[in-house]
Design a protein around this ligand. Structure first.
Ligand code: SF4
Ligand code: SF4
Length: 202
């Protein structure tokens, strides 16, 4: 079995996120994700404190690690200076790198995110490009989005954007030099390879 704890220990966020949990549950009491999902940050700390590789593997392959909304409210309240949001970030990274994310429904959603958000970033320099949120492909956006999509240039510019323009403003066209710098950063840091791996569901 892969030594998941070793992988986690190599992540600064994991080391900073978990000091010594006294299991008080304050993080769970203030966590917005815990109010909605079957999710309990206190239990994440409890599991990780056990330093049990098999339990860690179960967690990495579960839906649980994908419910956190990364608000970092837990960081502000924990009496022991733990940050469950950071622990989650490192768990997600290891889950994605080891392919364990493919075992959970929530984890597999990362494939679509990598294809859409990662793909947009590499091609257009944006995480979310209005042109690419085509209503037929995104029925979850509802009928209002259809209208916004059809009128996106006017809506965007009326909200202070700069639709397909040059210079500053949301939804502007990213200039070629900035695009090439962004692509170089993604290539050099391994971001591009990581997005491509996830996009293929590997
Ligand atoms: S608030 Fe801090 S000490 Fe309390 S359960 Fe959460 S992580 Fe542990
Ligand atoms: S960062 Fe995650 S675990 Fe922490 S309070 Fe926000 S949603 Fe909950």
């Amino acid at each position: 079995m892969t030594d998941y704890l070793k992988l986690l220990d190599s992540d600064l966020r994991f080391r900073e996120g978990l000091n010594a949990c006294m299991n008080c549950g304050i993080c769970t009491a203030i966590c917005p994700a815990a109010a909605i999902f079957d999710y309990d940050p206190r239990k994440i700390c409890l599991i990780m404190q056990k330093r049990d590789n098999a339990l860690t593997e179960q967690l990495l392959a579960s839906d649980t690690i994908w419910f956190c909304g990364q608000c970092l409210g837990c960081r502000t309240r924990c009496p022991r200076n733990n940050t469950v949001g950071y622990i989650i970030q490192s768990l997600r990274r290891v889950s994605l790198e080891t392919g364990l994310y493919l075992r959970s429904d929530q984890g597999r959603k990362q494939i679509d995110l990598a294809r859409n958000i990662g793909g947009n970033l590499m091609k257009k320099g944006y995480c979310v490009d209005m042109d690419l949120v085509v209503p037929e492909m995104h029925p979850e956006q509802g009928p209002v989005w259809e209208w916004v999509y059809e009128n996106r240039q006017a809506v965007c510019n009326r909200c202070g954007g700069n639709y397909h323009g040059s210079g500053p403003g949301a939804q502007r066209t990213i200039d070629p030099q900035s695009m090439s710098e962004l692509q170089a950063i993604l290539r050099t840091t391994g971001g591009e390879a990581f997005i491509n791996k996830l996009s293929k569901g590997e």
